[in-house]
Design a protein around this ligand. Structure first.
Ligand code: ADP
Length: 736
């Protein structure tokens, strides 16, 4: 209670004048109580009544100041009462100039300065001053007005007044100094915090600029080469460069998305979006995103799932994906060799809620014990020297931890420096369907087969599709992707065109871009919907968006779009959409080779790690190309052997030895880096892992302009590359 009252009266949000007023009023109140008691005891009824009136006025002022926050009114009341009523009365009753009263006049005037602001302060001060001077002058003209007091009273009154007034003024100054010092300390602490935050931000910006510069350099380098190759008409290389541009752009996008997410979490704007979802599809997507990255580094990647886990759950699916993907991506990044694994288990199940554990383990570089605490801080990267060649911004784990906490879960790390780490996330999810999820690899194989069938078989010559996008290149991409479907494709380059075209012709599906100048996709869609008797009533509209942020999907569905495709669009996703939303009557099945193909790909698509090499063994690829890791190569070709052989031929035809030698001779390290970069990824794509790794080392050296390293290793790389090309040529030659 006492603490509450003092907190209310002297809290830091109040300005100093308000706090001083409260201090003076409280002192007046306490003093008033004492003098009331003493006047009752020694002064008689009349003076007790007068003290009572004063006390009531003090109480009213306190109420106005503390409860109603009306400081000016309270200050006028208290200083007015003291200066215009009490002090003049006391002046005449206690001996005038020969008493301590002139000292109290000074205090009364100081109070006016201390408790009031602005014009009213000067006005009241003048009135008070005039009143005090008036008292002194009137007293000198009318000595008979003074109540007679004994001489020794005057002496003690002066002493008393000096003591009281100096103590009061002293306390006020002390209090003011105390408040000032406290505020100064606070500002200094804030300053220091700002300094630390600023340092972290600067470090982060430095990391970020570096991270962003790497893909941008890639994009610029690749584009230069693309332009060169376009002049030469070498389509296979163009494809390779385009893929690299794509991957650099994806990296940029993911950095930007992380920053957006972090800022959303920091501003408290990140919300959970709970939906029904299949746990398999989440894990399958995570698997697909990781397997090629793991294979690229020659790592084994395993998914082990407790087959009894309920198949359909309710929760924030998008963020769960993000959490698992972040951990898997780190596991790949920080593991030079060995194995990474994702294990999903069930910790407990009660009242329709299952507590799942997601373990991401790796046999990587591990984390020092003293660094574990720093792991989840924003923008923090560990072992910066050692990890300088590993891309990263230090945002992933901070974001992951925040997301886990947002979902009421827990995240833990166990790690042994130099041996590996295990990140464990525990999350509780509502159960929608108890049916067990089953074996992961069986389901994955089923999924691949289904997808292949879908992608391979769609033929829709009678389907009318409208693509709306203001960027010509995006329209061309969709056109290219749909070329083999034989669909009738119309294009619109603005919302207005779209509205005009959909008013005239019925489409079977509309692909509508969100971000367009003038009229954006949502506005276009709303205008289209609002129009009566449109030929496109009920036509599915898929929104195309680069707005891959969390919650975007729900927002679009809420607006009434049929579905959404995120950019950059993947062909398989687009075809899947067509399968899903086009009337079945429009979809013609390909008859040639259908079941055979499905059968064969079913065998080779098996992703079960224990018998990974089985498919390649069976079909004799390993035998034919013993110098390649055909398993890795196949994984880049959707496990399609014909496609793989095409890739090998393209690799052979895209011989880059001459360009490598030329750029080496001229010392054009930017171009050299781009060529070895291309060699690194093309080699990896076909399963030439060692060559790819050597090209990577030279790429890093070229980026750092480490000419000594390049001079030392260039010849060996060329020899290795030549040998690979020779072997390939022999193996690909028609066999008699
Ligand atoms: P980054 O973008 O740097 O990878 P993260 O926030 O994801 O940022 O990780 C922060 C740091 O934690 C990394 O820079 C790395 O030093 C360390 N780290 C994260 N995951 C692992 C892991 N699986 N093994 C070893 N170190 C890791």
């Amino acid at each position: 209670m006492w603490k509450k009252i003092t907190n209310k009266m002297f809290r830091e949000e109040l300005d100093i004048q308000h706090r001083l007023l409260n201090l003076i009023l409280s002192a007046a109140f306490v003093g008033g109580i004492f003098s009331l008691i003493s006047t009752i005891v020694i002064g008689g009824l009349a003076s007790a009544a007068a003290t009572g009136v004063v006390l009531v006025i003090v109480l009213i002022s306190l109420y106005l100041s503390v409860v109603r926050n009306r400081t000016t009114a309270a200050a006028i009341l208290i200083t007015g009462m003291a200066n215009l009523l009490i002090f003049p009365l006391m002046y005449f009753s206690s001996g005038g100039m020969n008493s301590g009263m002139p000292i109290w006049f000074v205090l009364g005037l100081i109070f006016t300065w201390l408790t009031l602001k602005g014009r009213i302060c000067y006005i009241l001060y003048t009135i008070d001053l005039v009143a005090h001077i008036g008292c002194i002058m009137l007293g000198s003209y009318h000595p008979e007005w003074f109540t007679p007091v004994p001489d020794d009273f005057m002496q003690s009154d002066i002493i008393q007044s000096i003591v009281c007034v100096s103590a009061i003024i002293g306390i006020i100054f002390k209090y003011q100094t105390y408040v000032y010092e406290k505020q100064k300390r606070k500002i200094m602490k804030k300053d220091e915090e700002l300094h630390i935050a600023n340092d972290a931000k600067s470090q982060f910006l430095a990391n970020m600029s570096h991270e962003i510069r790497t893909p941008i350099n890639g994009i610029i380098g690749m584009n230069t080469m693309l332009l060169d190759e376009l002049d030469d008409g070498n389509i296979e290389d163009v494809r390779e460069y385009a893929l690299n541009i794509n991957s650099a752009s994806q990296t940029l996008l993911s950095i930007i998305n992380d920053i957006l997410d972090i800022s959303k979490i920091e501003s408290g704007k990140m919300e959970l979006i709970q939906v029904e979802y299949g746990i398999f599809s989440v894990l399958n997507d995570c698997y697909n995103m990781t397997i090629s990255r793991a294979a690229e580094k020659g790592l084994v990647f395993e998914v082990n799932i407790d087959s009894n886990i309920p198949s359909v759950l309710f929760g924030d699916e998008i963020h769960i994906r993000q959490i698992i993907n972040n951990l898997l991506s780190n596991a790949v990044k920080y593991t030079p060799s060995g194995k990474i694994a994702l294990n999903i288990g069930e910790k407990s199940r009660n009242d329709g809620i299952v507590c799942l554990t997601f373990d991401v383990s790796d046999t990587g570089i591990g984390i020092k014990e003293e660094d574990i605490d720093k792991l989840f801080s924003n923008f923090t990267r560990l072992d910066e020297k050692k990890n300088r060649n590993i891309e990263g911004t230090g945002l992933g784990l901070a974001l992951t931890e925040s997301l886990v906490k947002l979902m009421g879960g827990e995240i833990r790390v166990r790690s042994e420096y130099g041996k590996g780490s295990v990140f464990t996330v525990e999350l509780s999810q509502k159960i929608v369907n108890e049916e067990p999820v089953g074996n992961f690899y069986d389901k994955h194989t089923e999924f691949i087969n289904q997808r292949k069938e879908n992608a391979a078989r769609i033929d829709i010559p009678d389907a009318k599709i409208l693509v709306v996008d203001d960027v010509e290149m995006n329209v061309q991409v969709v056109k290219g992707m749909l070329k083999r479907t034989h669909a009738e494709l119309d294009t619109a380059y603005s919302g207005r065109d779209c509205i005009e075209m959909t008013g005239k012709k019925r489409y079977d599906i509309i692909l509508l871009d969100h971000m367009m100048p003038e009229m954006d996709g949502i506005e276009t869609f709303e205008q289209m919907k609002a129009r009566k008797n449109s030929p496109n009533d009920g036509t599915p509209v898929i929104v195309l968006t680069a707005n891959a942020v969390v919650g975007a999907k729900e927002m679009y569905l809420e607006k009434g779009f049929t579905d959404y495709l995120s950019k950059p669009i993947r062909r398989d996703d687009l075809i899947e959409m067509l399968h899903r939303y086009l009337p079945k009557s429009l979809v013609k099945e390909y008859s040639s080779g259908g079941s055979d193909n499905a059968q064969r790909s079913g065998e080779s698509a098996s992703a079960a790690p224990p018998d990974k090499s089985e498919s390649a063994e069976k079909t004799g690829l390993t035998e034919r190309f013993p110098f390649l890791n055909t398993q890795v190569g196949l994984s880049y070709c959707m496990d399609d052997e014909d496609f793989y052989t095409e890739m090998l031929t393209a690799y052979l035809n895209g011989d880059k030895r001459q360009q490598l030698s030329e750029t080496f001779e001229t010392g054009d390290w930017n171009k050299y880096a781009a060529y070895v970069h291309a060699l690194k990824s093309t080699s990896l794509n076909i399963g030439a892992e060692a060559l790819s790794e050597h090209a990577r080392a030279l790429e890093l050296a070229a980026k750092d302009s480490d000419t000594d390293f390049i001079a030392e290793h260039h010849r060996a790389l060329l020899d290795e590359y030549s040998e690979m090309l020779e072997k390939l040529e022999k193996a690909l030659a028609p066999r008699s």
